[in-house]
Design a protein. Sequence first.
Length: 450
Amino acid sequence: MRGRTNLPHAPGVARLSARKPIARAALIIENQLENIMQRTAPTIVRALRTHWVRWAAGPGLAGALLAAPPAHAQMRKAADISATPFPKPTGRFAVGTHDYFWIDERRPEAYTKDPNDKRHLMVQIWYPAEAAPDAKPAPYVRNPDEFANPAEFKPVLHVMTNSVTDAPVAKGEKRYPVLVYNHGGSWNRFSATFTTEQLASHGYVVVSVEHPGFAKVGVFPDGYRFAPDTLQFPNPTGNMRDDVQGSWGYLNDPVFGIWVKDAQFALDKVEELNRAVDSPLRGRLDLEHVGALGWSFGGATAVQLTRTDPRVQAAVDQDGQLFGDVRDLGTSRPVMLLHNTSDPLAGQKPENQAAMKEAVEQVRAWDRVLKEKSTNDWYTIEIAKTTHGNFSDLTLFYPAGPDQIDPRRAHEIINAYTLAFFDRYLRGTSSDLLKEPSAAFPEVTFTRKQ
């Protein structure tokens, strides 16, 4: 369904396609996935709640539904959240950023019944930039009015990043490799700024896709209001085993396929940016060296892209349960799987233990099959004292639980291994981190294909 709104045009947003909406609708996207699940599948939520709500998969494995803060956790008040929570990136480049608004006119919007609706995407790009010491850094939330529930971002409206909006592209290299980032389910395209900025500072152009229907975005620059009225989450049966399988089935088809097509469409548009006369990125993108990464459901999307799209040559899955046929058939591309180490069975009710153990073993089995069937290099990285949320920005804004790793330390480790992986497989630069366990990161349990 479509509607008109007076959405301010955000700085740095490129309108590459627009349509005139014909009806007004409203969508309130809950600020926590748990709230959504409590309405649609309360049995699953109660059964799968650990420190962070998720489809758990055992130590070192996280599942498909993105972690949201548990019901008892509240985001810190704005006064308690640093305005500069992101460390300065360690690469030799400054970082620029720009938002793009794209419509896939070839693809109907699957989440609405209106046959005239087309798939709308907001995409944020981070890239190596020329240093601008006097330029004002970009805010973390660049345009809260684009979200169906802007109030949930109020505590972080004062937060600034290390990026500069529309900074000139760096002249240091002729072309830069491209990475497609996919967020975790129910979140947004900038929820991993800790890693997108770091990668850009090291010479990568990071293209982050926001996936409507399982994301925060609800209003687009052309006035379109995203109001899904079909493909809803399955109703609970009251039986945990059945609800888990039903929910996984729904996520695998249709949701997962929609995400993969979103990412592929974004790559198509990136190719256009590399050719467009008026694009600041014209001729600056190394499209012969493309990788993918993501958190949770987005991490699974990244791995699937190595099988679905020949342009994607390597992938990093940051704590995501596998979906798609790649988990059964493997991939010919190198992959890295990063995992948290929280206990998915902790706090489970006795009547749910058996079903939970089955779910854990199933997800572990998918990981094993992926690695057994894959013909290229693979790595698994388990980080001690981490939760699912550590693979996003969220732990910078929510209070940490007892005996958890410092959020910045977790980010340092995640970034180090992610960067080493892409440097190896997209740039051909070797790293000792990919050879054996590192004394610099004693928190890591490292495994690789022998």
